[in-house]
Design a protein around this ligand. Structure first.
Ligand SMILES: [Zn+2]
Length: 501
């Protein structure tokens, strides 16, 4: 019945337009239809007068305005020429800097007191520190799927989660959860199973034997799924790169590959332990091995290795926070003096303290000095990687002991700058690069019109000093604003949880 007057209206309109103008009317109608289709369904939210550091590598763009709707950056343009729709919520960001939300490419969300732990401890800390994307590098598929579903369905605020599921490792495995694979057949079956379960990547661990490792590589290639992780102890970094490992974590196998005595030193690693060795003697032997590793560092080997990485697109996730704070604890690791301990649950805190204590008691000054040298050399190599075109991504290995969820990612960015990356390159290691690696750069990872609105508003310019990424004024998570008060609310909730658990 309503169709009558409606049709009449159309007819009236037609009749009032002379025939010569009808094509123009048609065009106007099409334009208005197109506009109504792309008109945001959710209210528009505007960030005005902000300096945009879009992470594409372009210079900062001052005095820009963004219109955000339907989780996306609907408009991005100079403030002078961008019209803000009536009724839009406006955040005046004069004097502030906008960067994309950050990605931590090496986390373990379900490692610390799951099921509640990550939800009350890790996830809010990630958001409070501007982390909007994570790659989980080891956990149970079911736990991770459940967690990811909670986030994607909007039940729980959290970063986008990509994950590997359990580790594939040798016998006995180094960590849990692991799938032990000792032969090519077992390795292929494990890859098949994980692929069916829907993991984003296959994760390799240090104790895999060569047969299993290369079978993982081959099966992954056949199933078009990428494998990432440690370079196993029995495989060289350059072999891993040739085999197609997509990302190498923690620089595993790299120092060894930079030695002119790589094979000799690897064999020494697998030599049977001399019996009746005291702990001090064992440490001295290990120290001598590491000393030789550093002393046989060869710039030619480094060059060849980096060329291999570039040729095969082998990405690197150095994870300096775990290297410095757990792998190579020194007296500088001062947990007692760290204000962030208030966010760490009591039961987790206890484990962290005990671990640091044990390391400091059991290692000598000589061990600790050597550790600092290894970190320094690792930084140097990462600087060379960047300079030679090896792709680098930021990562932390949370919630490993002494590695604080969220804030440790900012520490990693600072280490990357110390290694020789420019602040822009370090930012890209946590924004554009991970998104490219994940195959999502068309839709997110930089600040461009049409892309997902995962954004971080900073009080100071991170290109002047990378530590300024820590001066977070607000977060935009998939288009939703979390101002400083909301972020502080997250921190308060974690502190309460930590105090009670
Ligand atoms: Zn890890």
């Amino acid at each position: 019945m309503r169709s009558g007057p409606y049709r009449m209206g159309i007819n009236c309109k037609r009749d009032t337009f002379p025939r010569c103008l009808r094509p123009a009317l048609l065009i106007l109608t099409i334009i208005s239809l197109l506009c109504s289709c792309s008109r945001p369904r959710s209210p528009v939210f505007a960030i005005t007068h902000v300096t945009v550091i879009d992470a594409t590598g372009s210079p900062p763009q001052p005095d820009m305005t963004l219109l955000i709707a339907d989780q996306r950056i609907a408009t991005l343009g100079p403030s002078s020429s961008t019209t803000i729709p009536r009724g839009a919520r406006i955040l005046d960001a004069t004097g502030k800097f906008l960067i994309p939300g950050l990605a931590d490419m090496h986390v373990h969300l379900t490692g610390a007191g799951e099921p509640a732990g990550s939800r009350e401890f890790i996830l809010p800390l990630l958001l409070a520190n501007g982390v909007t994307t994570v790659r989980d590098m080891g956990g149970n598929v079911e736990d991770l799927l459940r967690l990811r579903n909670e986030v994607t369905s909007g039940i729980r605020p959290g970063p986008q989660i990509f994950f590997t599921g359990p580790y594939l490792d040798g016998d006995p495995p180094a960590y849990q959860p692991s799938m032990v694979v000792k032969s090519a057949t077992e390795a292929r079956a494990a890859v098949d199973r994980l692929a069916i379960q829907g993991v984003d990547f296959i994760k390799t661990q240090s104790r895999l034997n060569r047969e299993a490792y290369f079978a993982i590589a081959d099966e992954s290639r056949q199933l078009h799924i990428r494998f990432v992780g440690h370079v196993p102890d029995r495989v060289s970094a350059s072999e891993a790169s040739q085999a197609g490992q997509a990302s190498i974590e923690h620089l595993t196998g790299i120092l060894l590959a930079c030695s002119s005595k790589e094979e000799q030193l690897r064999r020494a690693r697998f030599a049977p332990d001399p019996g009746n060795e005291t702990q001090a003697q064992a440490h001295a032997r290990d120290r001598a091995w590491r000393r030789e590793l550093l002393d046989t560092y060869s710039p030619q080997e480094v060059e060849a290795l980096l060329r291999t990485f570039v040729t095969n697109s082998t990405w690197q996730v150095p994870t300096f926070p775990i290297m410095v704070h757990l792998g190579f604890v020194t007296p500088k690791t001062n947990l007692l003096g760290d204000m962030r301990m208030r966010y760490v649950p009591q039961n987790v805190k206890r484990i962290w303290f005990q671990g640091v204590q044990a390391q400091l008691e059991n290692y000598s000054e000589a061990d600790l000095a050597l550790r600092e040298e290894i970190v320094k050399r690792s930084l140097e190599i990462v600087g060379k990687m960047q300079a030679n075109g090896v792709r680098i991504m930021a990562g932390t290995d949370i919630a490993a002991p002494n590695v604080f969820p969220g804030s440790s990612l900012h520490e990693d960015l600072a280490y990357l700058v110390e290694a020789g990356l420019t602040p822009m390159q370090a930012l890209q290691a946590s924004t554009k690069n991970p998104t490219e690696f994940l195959g999502k750069l068309q839709k997110q990872g930089t600040i461009e019109q049409g892309k997902l609105a995962d954004l971080l508003l900073l009080d100071s310019n991170p290109l002047d000093d990378i530590h300024n990424t820590q001066k977070i004024r607000a977060l935009v998570l998939r288009g939703k604003l979390w101002d400083r008060t909301a972020l502080d609310g997250l921190l308060v909730s974690v502190e309460k949880f930590a105090g009670a658990n």
